[in-house]
Design a protein around this ligand. Structure first.
Ligand code: AMP
Ligand code: MG
Length: 295
């Protein structure tokens, strides 16, 4: 299979979000290749990939035991409201051990966070060696919502792209792999999903009356996303755009392309990292002999 990363990676300076169809399914194999409906196939593939991610995660954890390496992985998700970040996290991490995961969501900064540089809370949230971190929103909010709402002057936010690039470059040279994914939905799809939140009492809690004011600024947000992705997609830490509109027509097909693509991107990053179980730093035969003699 072609490397999905090549299909979804943002080529710095050239991304136009309007040119990416949120209903597209780049890289999804055809029915002929997989021998069944690709929707069903991808939903099953997510479960398999997630199990493999769990195995990679364990190796990463084991290999970092006693500070042997500083390797860490972060899956960073950004999206407009209703873009599907929570569902993606649930599906992609299903095969992983919660003990080795550090999942963090970033909301409006607290008073304390505001008294520091915007990257302060991000640094504190980075996973320790051997852990997998999930960022539900991130440092990018500081050039998205902050820019759209003029929460700081232009000259402050406009310098943040470089600050983010410097931060990510430093961390990635210090063992951090960051997989940055934007879940790309359409304006119409967001409306459907917001309505679904109002119609379903089990989803109403996710609705926030402020979401409508944000939706009204759709174009500004798309522009802010485009700039952030164009300026901060680098060799070491590229951005990926995953079309995320696809709906289901059977419950078990839910958001099949999105979950498959994100799981795949993370899997490929782990493949490059190729973590290995560490060799024992003690004499296994001697331990076995002693244990056999013991009561
Ligand atoms: P949710 O993900 O629905 O819980 O919403 C989190 C909210 O926090 C979103 O409206 C974000 O735009 C907002 N948020 C996250 N980071 C920042 C930030 N640095 N400054 C202002 N608002 C933020
Ligand atoms: Mg929300």
């Amino acid at each position: 299979m072609a490397d999905l990363r090549d299909l979804l990676k943002v080529d710095p300076g050239t991304l136009r979000l309007a040119d990416i169809d949120p209903r597209a399914t780049p890289g999804l194999p055809s029915k002929r290749t997989v021998g069944k409906d690709p929707k069903l196939w991808s939903a099953e593939a997510v479960a398999d990939i997630s199990t493999e991610l769990g195995s990679y995660q364990e190796k990463l954890f084991a290999s970092a035991k006693e500070g042997a390496t500083n390797r860490r992985v972060v899956l960073l998700l950004q999206a407009m409201d209703c873009g599907g970040k929570d569902g993606t996290v649930r599906n992609v991490t299903a095969g992983m051990s919660p003990a080795g995961l550090k999942a963090v969501g970033f909301g409006p900064p607290t008073k304390e966070e505001l008294s520091h540089n915007f990257l302060w809370r991000i640094r504190r949230a980075l996973p320790p060696s051997g852990y997998v971190g999930i960022f539900n929103r991130s440092q990018y909010e500081d050039v998205l919502v902050v820019r759209v709402h003029n929460l700081v002057p232009d000259k402050v936010w406009s310098k943040r792209y470089d600050e983010i690039n410097a931060f990510e470059a430093k961390e990635s040279s210090d063992g951090l792999t960051i997989v940055k994914v934007m879940l790309h939905i359409s304006h119409e799809e967001q409306k459907k999903r917001l309505l679904a939140r109002l119609d379903d009492p089990t989803k109403t809690w996710k609705y926030n009356p402020g979401d409508l004011a944000e939706r009204a600024r759709w174009t500004d947000y798309q522009q802010a996303y485009e700039d952030a992705l164009n300026k901060c997609s680098t060799e070491a830490t590229p951005w990926y755009v995953v079309p995320a509109d696809r709906k289901w027509y059977r419950k078990w097909y839910r958001k099949w392309y999105r979950n498959w693509a994100v799981a795949n991107l993370l899997h490929q990053a782990f493949g490059d990292l190729n973590p290995q179980y560490p060799p024992p730093d003690f004499d296994v035969a001697a331990e076995r002999a002693e244990l056999s003699k013991a009561a």
